[in-house]
Design a protein around this ligand. Sequence first.
Ligand code: BEZ
Length: 219
Amino acid sequence: MQAQEAVTASLPRIGQPAPDFEAKSTFGPIGLSQYRGKWVMLFSHPADFTPVCTTEITEFARRYNEFEQRGVQLLGLSVDSVPAHLAWTRDIAQRLGRPVPFPIIADLDMKVSQLYGMIHPGESETATVRAVFFIDPEGIIRALLYYPLSLGRSVDELLRVIDGLQTAAKHQVATPVDWTPGQPVVVPAPATAGEILEAEEAKARGLQYETWYLRRRTL
Ligand code: BEZ
């Protein structure tokens, strides 16, 4: 129970600066701060040479250009060693026909995993869960996802999260349920009586109006 509480207390939160770190990786030593100015997707997997993780890393590598197009740097992590990562990614690369194009951190001492709350003792004391941190160019955590060991992630959903975050940041809007790029976005709800009146006027002008606190617009 004490270990559980310690982990819960140290979970980074949305809107907080992403804790900086330096670590060994398949691309040599890296630090989070070197990616300042770029979006970063920091994700953990439980272990090298395991089936679900292999499907994930293979798919992240196969669709890497879709992350690149969005200006997102992928950083993988597990508590395996650099040699284990290299042997595993080489095996993946041989089947994929090209190298795994992003670093995978070797977090043997669990320093980064602990910093990011990636160890969930109820799931495993020794392996990271499938955590994903979306970090903006200023180094602020904008979203985080946690999946259990048994559940592989969806690349489509990860890209959708990135698209939603980048759209919200660029246009100061929000994105509704199941939103994908090209669909209408949601404008902030009125916060004053005056803004409610403005919203009513928007309805009269034929903007997409469902109720005074739910209006959509096309970007
Ligand atoms: C997997 O990637 O298949 C896996 C890893 C750790 C525990 C269970 C499954």
